[in-house]
Ligand binder design. Structure first.
Ligand SMILES: [Zn+2]
Length: 118
């Protein structure tokens, strides 16, 4: 997967995240549904629930929308290889984004414990 950096702050983007988690500038066109904003497009179901749990652990309401579920049309409309969309309230967007800092959602979670003592 290619590594992209933020044009505003130079930090590395997290794969699938629609905003920079450090300066909150949008990486892609912002998609809103009502008062909710698409914050993340998980590549798989496990990433979807991982990110949902991460954000909800801070008491933020999330809305997970899967492309895999036929809602209006036939199944098979896979959007850019993503599994779906994670939405958060617009008012809590920056708080939710900051939770993604240092969270390597773009990579497979490693079993080896490499915890920094700092
Ligand atoms: Zn940035």
């Amino acid at each position: 997967m290619e590594k992209e950096t933020c044009s505003q702050c130079g930090n590395e983007f997290i794969s699938g995240l629609a905003f920079c988690p450090f300066c909150f500038s949008p990486r892609v066109k912002v998609k809103k549904i009502g008062n909710f904003v698409v914050i993340y497009r998980p590549p798989s179901e496990s990433f979807a629930y991982l990110s949902k749990g991460l954000v909800e652990s801070e008491g933020i309401t999330t809305f997970l929308h899967s492309y895999q579920v036929a809602m209006y049309d036939d199944v098979g409309t896979m959007m850019e290889g993503a599994w779906g969309e994670l939405l958060v309230p617009k008012s809590l967007l920056e708080k939710a984004l900051s939770l993604f800092q240092g969270f390597s959602l773009g990579e497979k979670p490693e079993d080896e414990s490499s915890e920094d003592p700092s």
